[in-house]
Design a protein around this ligand. Structure first.
Ligand code: ATP
Length: 857
């Protein structure tokens, strides 16, 4: 359809809409006809395919093949049991993965953008999926365009369309019809397309296509991006590959040695393959994803919505949190507490004072259907002040006698905005903005000194200052741009407003500091306002620095790097400068979380290590660029998320430590037995059993482990730190070896004392050793007796449950047949438990030694 060549009236008529927007019945009828405004997502793998995928692993296939060979060779029970174990494994993997996927789906649902739509004459905030063709949609800087639209009204509207056309320079939009019918999308400048970004200005458009009928819908396939692996997963993958080769080598050696010793080839093959399957940590990367996805789900309950999964893992490494002031550290509940009118010259004769008039009409807030104001909280505060002090009637009268004819919208670089109003046969230009921005635009003859002093006085009291200036002209300036309009102004006055800090922020700042994280304030506000508030919340201390945007711009890269760790407040910075701050901190090897809400914040959000967007006040563009969204816009939430991130990482590390130690123990045991002249200690079933049951269940429960007591008292984890640092590598080796020694010792003793059931003892000791181990590694340095043996209920259930199942394997006659086990006497059972307890106490001893070592350090 050539909407771009049609007049606005024709478009409205063809879509059965009007300037009042659609009414409810029209919306319903169109919804029935066109459906929801959604892009079809990438086809999800159906559940059965997800299940089958669990078998799509080389080692599992080898195992199945081996089981079948062994069946053909005669031992059918082995075949069946191995197949059952493989099946159980697949079911467990499937359930985990399915739940993780569902959790991620629910999270992405939460992240759908909102849009302002005019229906029944009133603006409404809706989820953008509700838009139907014919809806009038308001576009503002920072929005993602929610549907294909023909523009009806534009005010300096610029749209960046690179997602559609590849052109990264924003396009100036118009509303007049175009002539050329078959122009390219990029040339249809009176249209706005779904998925593009409003980079400046304001506008209103009528939706002409939604969902898959939009231009981007037609090429939706191109948008689908794969999930990247997290740094941890990448490292795990690389490590896993190397380890696999090593294990395969060991298994081949084991097989050959076995043959030379005269073992039966088929059973030897099965042992070697089971060991390979059990010991190669092929499932670890997937398990890490699952742990991260579950972590993301828990984070959303704390109001932190994760957009990019790796963020869960990296949160724990944050060393600097650079936060906006307004709304994040403060409540964003602004109240005007002071006004300072100035006497202008040739004041228009208005029913209210000049400053009050400016406050009433220079704004973009609207009253919504529910009688609440929608718009920028700063402007709402200004308008509410007039509403309360001067009355509703006067407010409306001013809107009527000063109709707006043009505007230059606010942007955080200029820190200023202008509206133009018809006043009798003249035009009244009103600018408002930061005191210095307005001071620069005053007429040359005016001395801005006292003006700036007044602003500084208010700022020192922690007030946010908004300054006003005006000009009366006979004709609209030509061209209508910043240079021509915002110049030669006369002062009208200033308003000072307070925005109290959020109550919880003080504690959160303190928590950051004990956790080795530096909080930093970055704001567009006045340096004195910023410093006053920073001091109040404990963010700014004696020797720390406050730097403003101008000073920042004057610093060289090297100078900034030298100071950057001491600067706690950046004031009057433009969003572009945030990028310099991030980059400088990163050059100093810091791991930076950066908040942002505006469209210009996207680059700094993207390049920070964790970009944090605001869920309530943030623009769609900033949310798109962010790794994490704060659903409550609250600084405290970042600190909570960091804590949760540290916990999740800790638990993943414990989990990896647990699995690897166990695998190590199995390899040592089976590999060393023949070297010590003993028979192969375990059957394939035993190996697989230990891996799936004794290892799997308690291992999973480790992810429910609570945070360690000192989690926010220790410094952030270094990002270059491997998974095996801090003694984890040593632990895996020595505890694995110890388990093997205890197990082999049991084997030697039992064989020497003519225990018929020596293999059952070996199997039991190794299984129970895993349980002792998992209980002990729950904490890196708190003794478990102190922590409480059962303080993690899921783990307690897993351990007790596994113990009971193990007893079943030993004592139930049918299980004896399957597992080739034989009942143990009570005495032997107690011996096994006692031997396994050695592992538990050895790990506790390791903690004691480590604690002493760290204390000394
Ligand atoms: P933060 O970055 O912490 O959110 P901020 O919201 O104060 O800080 P900006 O929105 O860039 O940052 O505002 C910078 C300055 O611009 C403010 O201090 C104020 O003086 C002025 N200002 C803010 N909002 C408006 C507005 N709607 N119209 C005119 N001037 C404004």
């Amino acid at each position: 359809m050539n909407w771009h060549t049609k007049s606005i009236e024709t478009v409205l008529a063809e879509l059965n809409s009007s300037e009042a927007g659609l009414d409810n019945s029209a919306v319903e009828q169109k919804r029935a006809q066109f459906g929801w405004n959604l892009l079809q997502e990438k086809k999800k793998k159906p559940a059965w395919l997800l299940f089958l995928n669990q078998f799509n692993d080389f080692m599992i296939l080898v195992l199945i093949a081996a089981a079948i060979i062994s069946g053909i060779a005669g031992d059918l029970t082995d075949t069946i049991i191995i197949l059952i174990i493989v099946l159980l494994n697949a079911i467990m993997g499937f359930v985990q993965e399915y739940r993780a996927e569902k959790a991620m789906d629910a999270l992405s649902q939460l992240a759908t953008p909102q849009a302002t739509v005019i229906r029944n004459r009133k603006p409404e905030q809706l989820s953008s999926k509700e838009i139907v063709p014919g809806d009038l949609v308001v576009l503002e800087a920072g929005n993602l365009v929610p549907a294909d639209m023909r523009l009806l009204e534009v005010h300096s509207l610029r749209i960046e369309e690179s997602s559609l056309t590849g052109e990264s320079i924003p396009i100036d939009k118009i509303h007049k019809p175009l002539e050329e019918a078959d122009s390219s999308l990029g040339d249809r400048v009176n249209m706005a397309y779904k998925g593009t970004q409003v980079s400046a200005g304001r506008g209103v458009g009528i939706a002409v296509a939604t969902g898959m009928q939009t231009e981007i819908g037609k090429i939706a396939g191109m948008l689908q991006t794969g999930d990247a692996l997290t740094p941890l997963q990448k490292r795990m993958n690389e490590f896993g590959k190397k380890l696999s080769y090593l294990i395969l080598l060991i298994c081949v050696a084991l097989f050959v040695v076995g043959l030379l010793r005269g073992e039966e080839p088929v059973s030897m093959l099965l042992v070697a393959i089971s060991l390979a399957v059990a010991a190669i940590p092929e499932a670890l990367p997937a398990l890490i994803t699952i742990a991260l996805a579950r972590g993301a789900k828990r984070l959303v309950a704390k109001n932190a919505l994760i957009r990019k999964l790796p963020a869960v893992e990296t949160l724990g490494s944050v060393t600097f949190i650079c936060s906006d002031k307004t709304g994040t550290l403060t409540q964003n509940k602004m109240t005007v507490v002071e006004t300072v009118p100035y006497n202008g010259k040739e004041e228009p004769n208005l029913p209210a004072g000049l400053l009050e008039t400016c406050m009433a009409v220079n704004q973009d807030v609207k009253k919504a259907a529910d009688n609440n104001w929608i718009g920028d909280p700063t402007e709402i505060a200004l308008v509410e002040y007039i509403y309360k002090n001067k009355g509703e009637a006067l407010y409306h009268q001013l809107q009527e006698i000063l109709p707006r004819v043009a505007e230059l919208p606010f942007d955080s670089d200029r820190k200023c905005m202008t509206t133009v109003h018809r006043w009798e046969n003249q035009y009244l230009l009103i600018s408002k903005g930061a005191s210095e921005s307005i001071a620069q635009r005053l007429e040359k003859s005016y001395d801005p000194g006292p003006w700036l002093q007044e602003a500084s006085r208010m700022a020192k009291e922690g007030k946010r200052v908004i300054a006003y200036a005006y000009r009366l002209v006979d004709q609209l300036p030509e061209p209508f741009d910043y240079d021509q309009v915002e110049t030669e102004l006369h002062p009208a006055g200033m308003a000072g407003m307070i925005d109290p800090p959020r109550e919880e922020v003080k504690d959160a700042i303190k928590a950051c500091k004990t956790a080795g994280i530096q909080p930093v304030m970055i704001t567009g506000d006045h340096p004195e306002t910023a410093a006053a508030i920073a001091r109040e919340i404990g963010l700014l201390e004696k020797d720390e620095l406050v730097v403003n945007g101008r000073e920042l711009a004057a610093l060289t890269e090297a100078e900034l790097d030298q100071k950057v760790e001491r600067i706690k407040v950046y004031a009057r910075v433009s969003p572009e400068q945030k990028l310099n701050i991030v980059q400088s901190l990163q050059r100093k090897h810091h791991f930076v979380a950066m908040t942002g809400d505006g469209v210009n914040d996207a680059p700094s959000l993207k390049s920070s290590n964790i970009g944090v967007a605001m869920g309530i006040t943030g623009t769609d563009v900033s949310k798109e660029a962010a790794h994490m969204i704060l659903l409550d816009d609250n600084f405290t939430t970042i600190v909570k998320a960091v804590k949760e991130g540290r916990r999740i990482y800790d638990n993943i590390r414990k989990f990896v430590k647990y699995i690897m130690t166990c695998n190590g123990a199995e390899i040592w045991t089976i590999f060393m037995a023949p070297l010590l002249g003993m028979p192969i200690p375990l059957l394939p079933i035993h190996i697989l059993w230990i891996n799936l049951v004794t290892d799997g269940l308690p291992g999973l429960a480790l992810s429910a482990e609570k945070a360690e007591d000192d989690i926010m008292q220790r410094p952030p984890r270094r990002t270059d730190e491997g998974l095996f640092s801090e003694g984890t590598g040593y632990h895996i080796v020595w505890v694995g070896l110890l388990m093997a020694v205890v197990t082999l010792g049991t084997q030697a003793w039992a064989i020497n004392t003519n225990h018929e059931n020596w293999q059952t003892m070996v199997f039991t000791v190794l299984s129970l050793a895993q349980l002792g181990h998992v209980l002990a590694i729950r904490s890196d340095h708190t003794f478990i007796y102190k922590k409480g043996l059962f303080s993690n209920p899921s783990l307690a259930i897993a351990v007790v449950g596994t113990f009971i199942i193990q007893l079943g394997v030993i004592y139930l006659p049918f299980a004896n047949k399957i597992f080739k086990t034989a009942p143990l006497s009570l005495q032997d059972l107690l011996i096994c438990i006692g031997l396994a307890a050695i592992i538990f106490h050895a790990v506790e001893l390791e903690k004691w030694i480590r604690n002493r070592y760290y204390r000394r350090k």
